[in-house]
Design a protein around this ligand. Structure first.
Ligand SMILES: *Cc1c(COP(=O)(O)O)cnc(C)c1O
Length: 421
């Protein structure tokens, strides 16, 4: 059976074990009487997975730009190319000119300090949680981290920043209350045991009403470093997201160290950034734990290309013109309706997502379809993931590049050939 040329080719691409499994499944369907013996090869070929790994590319039409369940930021073609180029042997820690060992990550550090001149130095780890753990360990283990009670954040899936910090051996010195913390609260708590003051951006919730918090600028001058977890990874101010902190502004306001994610609003691969004062970044980089949190060459390549390369897909989606979005949704709905589908274009609101800017709504447009299409579309090829609202399936076009509209159209037509709903 494995002699079928299509299966031989598939074994070369996907591995023998995967092909054998597909054949074995087809053979068991012959035993069940579902297939004829002559149909085994065809059935096995049809059942082969498209990739050697089980992760599949998905069309995100949820309208959530940074969707953690869907892999957060989509990489730019430049980042993908750079990662592919670095996939084999590469000069990640080697100076080709001198023929000696070189510093790992030098290219990305250079790109980061160029993008954020206020940062004296930069270091990259696996994610923002790792950046926080490294900063806490290198700068505050056995000492205290002063933090507002309003900033004790759960980041998702049961993971909580306070637990993460305490796991390093630092202790938390909580100040203020859930809704209000003043500079005096911080000043009273700072002392000889303080490692640093930590500001955490409440990136996935908002407290409204009788509230008060202290900005980074007001925390300088307490005689201890100010570390700011800005969350989303905006390097500079984004006019569309006025409430979202960015690294350049936060450092200019006086933060000594900023931590952020690489795969939220920065639009790159999963990574954690540490940006700021040279001596503090160096203490983090030199700490033994840094070795356990170091990033892969693929991440270094993709991150550097995101920083140096053309506008990334996430920023294109963020800045997409609402009029153009409406026109795309209308064109899709028109074609689907012409094919007999119960489809119409509707106004929608996209969000940045758990990655940041809670409460920010981006005007968008969606194709509204019968809710029953949600499951077949998710299981289609490529899978299309939308959101259900009032029993209808909304496919928000903001989170899909315009050049994929043809794929969306074909996917919906395949999922619903009866379409009329
Ligand atoms: C998302 C987030 C984190 C966690 O970042 P990861 O890169 O997912 O580890 C930490 N702090 C804030 C404020 C965040 O928004």
């Amino acid at each position: 059976m494995l002699a079928d040329p299509r299966l031989v080719a598939a074994a070369g691409r996907l591995g023998r074990a995967t092909v054998k499994e597909a054949v074995a499944r087809a053979q068991s369907r012959v035993r069940e009487g579902v297939l004829g013996p002559e149909e085994v090869a065809d059935a096995a070929v049809a059942a082969l997975p498209p990739y050697a790994a089980s992760l599949r590319p998905v069309l995100n039409m949820t309208g959530v730009l940074v969707h953690t369940n869907l892999g957060r930021a989509p990489l730019s073609p430049a980042a993908v190319e750079a990662a592919v180029a670095a996939a084999g042997y590469t000069d990640v820690e080697f100076d080709l000119e001198a023929g000696v060992r070189a510093r790992r990550g030098r290219g990305v550090v250079c790109a980061l300090t160029r993008a954020v001149p206020a940062a004296g130095d930069a270091h990259v780890v696996n994610n923002n949680a790792a950046a926080l753990v490294l900063a806490a360990t290198a700068l505050a283990a056995g000492r205290e981290i002063v933090i507002s009670r309003g900033e004790l954040v759960e980041i998702g899936d049961g993971f909580r920043i306070p637990d993460l910090l305490v796991s390093t051996g630092a202790s938390l010195r909580e100040v203020g209350t859930t809704n209000r913390t003043s500079r005096t609260d911080y000043a009273a708590a700072v002392g000889p045991r303080t490692g640093f003051v930590l500001k955490v951006h409440p990136s996935n919730f908002r407290i409204e009403g009788f509230t008060g918090s202290v900005g980074v600028a007001a925390l300088t001058g307490l005689g201890v470093p100010v570390v700011a977890d800005i969350g989303s990874g905006l390097l500079a101010r984004e006019p569309l997201l006025p409430g979202e902190p960015d690294a350049a502004t936060t450092l200019a306001a006086g933060a000594d160290l900023v931590t952020a994610s690489g795969d939220k609003l920065l639009g790159g691969p999963q990574a954690g950034l540490l940006l700021g004062r040279r001596d503090l970044v160096e203490r983090c980089r030199r700490h033994p734990l840094a070795r356990a949190l170091r990033v892969d060459k693929l991440t270094l390549a993709a991150l550097e290309a995101t920083l140096r390369g053309p506008e990334c897909p996430l920023h294109r989606a963020l800045r997409a013109d609402p009029v153009a979005l409406r026109e795309r949704a209308e064109a899709l709905a028109r074609e689907l309706a012409a094919a007999g589908a119960d489809a119409r274009a509707v106004p929608a609101e996209a969000t940045v997502g758990g990655g940041g800017a809670p409460g920010t709504r981006l005007p968008s447009a969606a194709v509204s379809l019968p809710g029953a299409l949600a499951a077949p579309l998710r299981m289609g090829d490529p899978p299309v993931v939308g959101r259900i609202e009032g029993g209808r399936l909304l496919l928000d076009v903001r989170t899909v590049p315009a050049e994929r509209d043809g794929d969306v159209l074909r996917a919906v037509l395949r999922a619903a050939p009866w379409a009329a709903g």
